[in-house]
Design a binder for this molecule. Structure first.
Ligand code: GLU
Length: 278
């Protein structure tokens, strides 16, 4: 289970996606990719290995203002470019990134192939792109709900539709997913590390919850399409918590910061302890 990022706003999406994926690198991954929606539909770039290899493959012009990105830790199929996310529907309209495992993927893959769909990866995730594309629901939200009705397993999902470049639809079940609310932009991430440089206003989605994110904000709803009315809340986490801050790697950072962290915990404890009752 690895990393997801997403961006819809008034700025090009790619810089945030790449920076966000870099801030999730500490979780480990085997491949990475992004999809950006522009005037001519989705541009998808994927690479095995580090984010900087993905970055090196990006076209010079990638100005779309909605996009999703992923670092993959393979569970279904080896670490190849074809298995890296985002995965797409056959017509390229739907792009999907996914953390987690779709338990009934083997059955769904067979059903899709029997229906004439050509699968282009070994992954469980690809079925979601096809299921969303094949839904007859009139909205992207409805199509995602239709697809979720067919899958079992764990997921954090972010779905884009080239026909609806103003939005990303996300869903959570057993794998974390957070929205970050900025000015004229809304962000998506599987881990606050990717958001803290941009906003302190976040929404932690619950299992069974979905959201539509647009440049102007977000709307949360449940599996029955009922609004869950979530509001953003303030998180108090410094960006440096996730930065290497000069250390060679994260384990070293953790070890060397121990005295400072222990002192902070003791300070917090003594402040609480000395507080007058009531
Ligand atoms: N099960 C998916 C795959 O193997 C997603 C793995 C992940 O969470 O990175 O492609």
């Amino acid at each position: 289970m690895c990393g997801i990022v997403g961006y819809v706003g008034d700025q090009p999406a790619a810089p945030f996606l790449i920076e966000g994926l870099k801030s999730l690198e500490y979780r480990g991954y085997d491949s990475a990719g992004i999809a950006v929606l522009g005037a001519k539909g989705a541009t998808v770039v994927r690479a095995v290995g580090r984010i900087r290899e993905l970055e090196a493959k990006l076209p010079k012009r990638l100005s779309g203002r909605a996009g999703i990105g992923h670092t993959r830790w393979a569970t279904h199929g080896p670490a190849t470019e074809a298995n890296a996310h985002p995965h797409r529907s056959e017509d390229g309209r739907i792009s999907v990134v996914h953390n987690g495992i779709i338990d009934n993927a083997v059955i769904l893959r067979t059903e899709l192939q029997d229906a004439g769909v050509t699968l282009r990866s070994d992954t469980d995730t690809e079925v979601v792109a096809h299921l969303v594309a094949r839904s007859t629901a009139p909205t992207l939200e409805g199509a995602v709900l239709d697809a979720l009705g067919k899958i079992t397993g764990t997921y954090a999902l972010a779905v884009m539709d080239a026909d609806r470049p103003d939005r990303i639809v996300v869903a959570r079940n057993g794998s974390p997913l957070i929205l970050g609310v900025g000015e004229k932009e809304t962000l998506v991430a599987s881990d606050a590390a990717a958001l803290v440089r941009h906003t302190s206003q976040v929404v932690h989605l619950d299992d069974g919850e979905l959201a539509t994110v647009t440049a102007g904000g977000f709307r949360t709803f449940d599996r029955n399409a009922r609004d869950t009315g979530r509001r953003a809340e303030e998180i108090d986490i410094a960006a440096t918590e996730w930065e290497l801050t000069g250390h060679q790697h994260y384990m070293l950072k953790e070890i060397l910061e121990q005295p400072e962290k222990a002192a902070a915990v003791i300070r917090a404890g003594s402040t609480t302890g000395s507080r007058p009752p009531g």
